[in-house]
Design a protein around this ligand. Structure first.
Ligand code: UDP
Length: 477
């Protein structure tokens, strides 16, 4: 087998996100930043996501940007919620892999760099086969990824799996910050041979195969974790928060930014917010994948009403399951909830979240602790009540309370009394304390994406590295 390197090809990055709202949204921001820097970009979307993206035409303003689409292997009516992630990943590996290989190998000019979601372990093989250098972009939080990557060690030391009674034990080597319940949700699986556990182990083995790792975070927020990441990857690029970073790079802060929402945003909630007093509203959302039972819905709803706070609830269609009264059916809503919601609440299906969080009437965020939502709240300087659902969210919520002091962690509890107490604390009794820290962190976030800031410089370094990447033609005999 012999190797030969072609002379400085013109840079062409192929971006391959996990086809879900959160990853697509932040990879689109990165794609736009690369386009602004004059790099040719091919963005690979699933048919399902692409059809629902309202502003895909927006990207035609970049002559060197194009979309490619491929099937995700799931039937159209599959809800693609958080409990179906494994199904999606398996279907993609089986169905999308050959189409993806074709896209990667047939680009004109040829692809010089692949940026793939970290969970696509098979992308490393395709990239090596086609001869395209690979960077992984893990769109979950670095602290969450670090928790996942600790799994092989926990297995080796015999600590994993653990029982539900052992969830409050402290995880060694975390300075007492992490209990077992704060590890990513997958760590609660009891079988080492479970396909998700096997996938995490594979991911841990594949990350070092890439030339670098991109993160949607900033140094001030996660410096210790980022330096640990250097032990598994030679190049770490912390370029976030990407939604704020893109704005800081758009000429004149271009206001006509694309909506990357795959659900229609109900902007009526902004006029409702306009009528509320400053910092009086808690915004509630569990993101694009999380689901809750009807019992949980009613506990949260009662808690919100009992807290006495005003609330704006983005209640995604299809996010509630199980037997019991249908929440969208006004007739069945108990009278006290209907009354409390009418007086102090506003419920929409899907909100323009960044605009909502930036609104002066919003004083806090009851969130599922998805990484995009967490960063959007950090940038807006809004304290959080965290009710994590899965994946990195168990880690993020712990960091919000224990490491960053930006709010409270409500994990593993869904009780109306607790909800009401925590909302009162964040919106009332401890409001000043949390707001002060949140404003401070927001300042650091904004500094990091301004010229000279850590994320700004890391992105410049990423561009330079992309420009010098070489296609490796591997001759096969
Ligand atoms: N989002 C939105 N409107 C909503 C709820 C969520 O625009 O009503 C956006 C939110 O701004 C964020 C994304 O959906 O960028 C959710 O991503 P996150 O990583 O927080 O959670 P996931 O949906 O992946 O669980």
């Amino acid at each position: 087998m012999g190797k030969q390197t072609s002379p400085s090809p013109s840079p062409h990055v192929v971006i391959f996100p996990l086809p879900l709202q959160g990853p697509v949204k932040c990879m689109l921001k990165l794609a736009e930043m690369l386009s602004l820097a004059g790099i040719r970009v091919t963005f690979v979307n699933s048919h399902h996501v692409h059809r629902r993206l309202p502003d895909s035409g927006y990207f035609s303003k970049y002559p060197n940007f194009r979309f490619e689409t491929l099937p995700d292997g799931l039937p159209d009516d599959n809800p693609r919620t958080g409990d179906q992630i494994l199904e999606l990943l398996q279907a993609m590996e089986a169905v999308s892999r050959p189409v993806f290989r074709e896209i990667l190998s047939s680009g004109s000019p040829a692809a010089t760099c692949l940026i793939a979601e970290g969970v696509f372990v098979w992308a490393a093989g395709v990239a090596a086969d086609v001869g395209v250098p690979l960077l992984y972009f893990d769109t979950i939080s670095p602290c969450g990824l670090w928790g996942l990557l600790s799994l092989p060690n926990l297995i080796q030391s015999g600590e994993f799996p653990f029982t539900d009674e052992e969830l409050d034990e402290v995880v060694a080597g975390t300075d007492g910050v992490m209990r077992r319940r704060d590890l990513p949700s997958f760590c609660r699986i009891k079988d080492v041979n479970d396909p998700i556990i096997q996938l995490v182990i594979e991911e841990a083995n594949h990350i070092p195969l890439a030339q670098g790792l991109i993160f949607n975070t900033f140094h001030h927020l996660e410096a210790p974790i980022l330096s640990q990441m250097l032990t598994i990857s030679p190049n770490i690029y912390a370029v976030g928060p990407l939604h704020a970073h893109l704005k800081s790079r758009l000429p004149g802060g271009d206001p006509s930014i694309a909506s990357d929402s795959i659900w229609e945003e109900d902007k009526s909630c902004i006029s409702w917010l306009d009528k509320q007093p400053p910092k009086s509203v808690i915004y509630v959302s569990i993101g694009s994948l999380a689901v809750m039972t009807r019992d949980q819905l009613y506990e949260i709803w009662h808690g919100l009403v009992d807290s006495g706070s005003r609330f704006l609830w983005a209640r995604r269609p299809g996010s509630v399951f199980g037997p019991g009264p249908r929440p969208d059916d006004d007739v069945i809503v108990p009278l006290d909830l209907a009354q409390g919601t009418k007086e102090r609440g506003c419920v929409v299906g899907w909100a323009p979240q960044e605009e909502v969080l930036a609104h002066p009437s919003v004083g806090g965020f009851l969130t599922h602790s998805g990484w995009n939502s967490t960063l959007e709240s950090v940038v807006a300087g809004k304290p959080m009540v965290c009710w994590p659902f899965h994946a990195d969210q168990q880690v993020n919520s712990r960091y919000v309370e224990e490491v960053w002091g930006l709010g409270l962690d409500m994990k593993d509890s869904c009780d109306r009394v607790v909800v009401a107490e925590m909302v009162r604390e964040v919106m009332g009794s401890r409001k000043d304390e949390f707001s002060e820290r949140a404003s401070e962190m927001a300042k650091f976030a904004k500094m990091s994406v301004s010229p000279g800031g850590s994320s700004f410089l890391d992105f410049d370094r990423l561009i330079e590295d992309i420009k010098t990447m070489k296609i490796l033609h591997v001759k096969k005999y």
